[in-house]
Ligand binder design. Structure first.
Ligand SMILES: Nc1nc2c(ncn2[C@@H]2O[C@H](COP(=O)(O)OP(=O)(O)OP(=O)(O)O)[C@@H](O)[C@H]2O)c(=O)[nH]1
Ligand SMILES: [Mg+2]
Length: 448
């Protein structure tokens, strides 16, 4: 934390400008060493200064340098940002000079990590920085900006203060039972208040599924026997020739992936090798992969051929799908029907005249309730860390409620409430584990 760190903050490539960011106690005097134009150490905070980067008598670039003094900066330390002409050689050269004069190369996410460790942002907001950078659609952007601006943190903080209040009331009653003017906290009253907190936690956990769906997308596997048209369907949905299509059974050997947006949610389609018993070594590896995709997918589309009867292999796959979200797509409905299958989630279509694909999309929208997404408020917990801590909060509250119902002494019940309170603090990063913090920020991109 004592080092002055630097990194290229813009994506590496050819562009109008690129930005190198420097943060730390010596950020301003260090950059001043290579800046010609004015004395940066004398510049007022939050100013942009025109000049040149000059090193060992050689002019490197014409630049604008932003000076931002602590604490009102991204990291809450002194921060300098050098606006260079965008270009790989110039940007690398200036970075290299900064390293030679005493800066250290920042680790991925280190600027945001410093903002967190210096207390400018909580952990939920820090995670949102990573999420907003990775947001590739409007819903994901909406979700991450709500976390970044503190809506989610406020919600977590309010749960925490409700628990603190209940704890305090219990304690007052236990410690000063003789006081007449304090509210008498009967078990029933405490249970009522805790049930309302539990329901709100439960709602947040339910909604986290939507949050994760928005950030990660929905994984949809196209599964079926060879030659039924899985790859043709993938290509038709993506409107591009992504996978090879031939009339030879066993054309697709490996997984082929493609993405599209449906109602603002990313669908990750996985086309797989047709499932059949085979002696071909390569094909059988493909088949094993296809079966694994059934497990990994959020949704399986079982593709059948309208011109053939339901085979034993297909019956077996249908049994595997019983507990899995799935849709049956009967393809090739331009040919005479031999397929007889009755299930509520069957869509008929073909990829010759492109029929049934809209119905298939509608079914997905309905299954994942994504039609009304834009009207929701987008304050969701959306990552595994937040979700697992929230689950533990839920369990602690449920334990407390159960304890009170079974007349467990209140001081035992308060231990569960304390657990819930500490877990909520952990969610916000008020208490943290160094290793977890290191891992979390190492997933960030460089320069953020
Ligand atoms: N008549 C008709 N033929 C189709 C339709 N969809 C695909 N086909 C044809 O069926 C054959 C197999 O199509 P693919 O998309 O390669 O089938 P697949 O399920 O990916 O096959 P594998 O990769 O071998 O598992 C090709 O000749 C396609 O042109 C359809 O809706 N109607
Ligand atoms: Mg195929």
């Amino acid at each position: 934390m004592d080092d002055t760190i630097c990194a290229i903050s813009t994506a590496m490539g050819v562009g109008g400008i690129s930005i190198i960011r420097i943060s730390g106690d010596h950020a301003i005097p260090l950059v001043d060493k290579i800046f010609v134009g004015k004395d940066l150490t004398e510049c007022a905070s939050h100013t942009i200064n025109y000049g040149h980067i000059v090193f060992e008598g050689q002019t490197i670039d014409e630049v604008l340098v932003s000076i931002m003094r602590a604490p009102r900066t991204y990291t809450a330390e002194d921060v300098v940002e050098i606006n260079l002409h965008g270009g790989i050689a110039t940007t690398n050269k200036v970075l290299e000079i900064l390293l030679r004069i005493g800066c250290r190369l920042a680790e991925p996410g280190e600027f945001t990590k410093r903002a967190f460790l210096n207390g400018r942002i909580d952990l939920v907001k820090a995670e949102a920085v990573g999420e907003i950078i990775n947001a590739d659609n409007e819903n994901a952007r909406n979700l991450s900006i709500n976390s970044l601006t503190g809506k989610l943190s406020d919600l977590i903080r309010s749960l925490k203060s409700r628990i603190v209040e209940i704890e305090a009331k219990i304690e007052v009653n236990v410690d000063y039972p003789e006081y007449e003017d304090i509210e008498d906290m009967t078990n029933e009253k405490v249970i009522d208040e805790l049930v309302s907190v539990r329901d709100d936690v439960c709602k947040m956990l339910d909604e986290s599924k939507t949050g994760k769906m928005i950030t990660d997308g929905i994984r949809v596997a196209l599964i079926g026997r060879p030659n039924v048209g899985k790859s043709s369907i993938l290509n038709a949905l993506l409107e591009e020739e992504k996978a090879i299509v031939t009339n030879i059974a066993g054309t697709t050997r490996d997984i082929v992936e493609g993405e599209m947006l449906l109602s603002g949610v990313k669908l990750k389609f996985i086309d797989t090798a047709g499932i059949r018993k085979t002696d071909d070594v390569v094909e059988s590896i493909g088949v094993t992969k296809s079966l694994a995709q059934i497990e990994e997918a959020d949704l399986v589309i079982l593709v059948l051929s309208n011109s053939e009867e339901l085979s034993d292999d297909e019956k077996e796959i249908l049994t595997r799908l019983e507990d899995k979200k799935h849709i049956v797509f009967v393809n090739k409905n331009d040919l005479t029907r031999k397929m007889n299958i009755s299930s509520k989630d069957v869509v008929y279509g073909n990829t010759v005249s492109i029929d049934g694909l809209d119905s298939l999309k509608e079914k997905i929208v309905e299954m994942f309730s994504i039609g009304d997404l834009p009207n929701r408020d987008f304050t969701y917990i959306s990552n595994a860390r937040q979700e697992s801590l929230m689950k533990k909060v839920y369990e602690a509250i449920v334990r407390a409620i159960r304890g009170l119902g079974n007349s467990v002494p209140v001081d035992i019940v308060t231990l569960d409430l304390k657990d819930a309170r500490i877990l909520l603090g952990e969610l916000l990063g008020e208490v943290y584990d160094d290793e977890l913090i290191d891992t979390l920020f190492s997933n960030f991109c460089l320069g953020k």
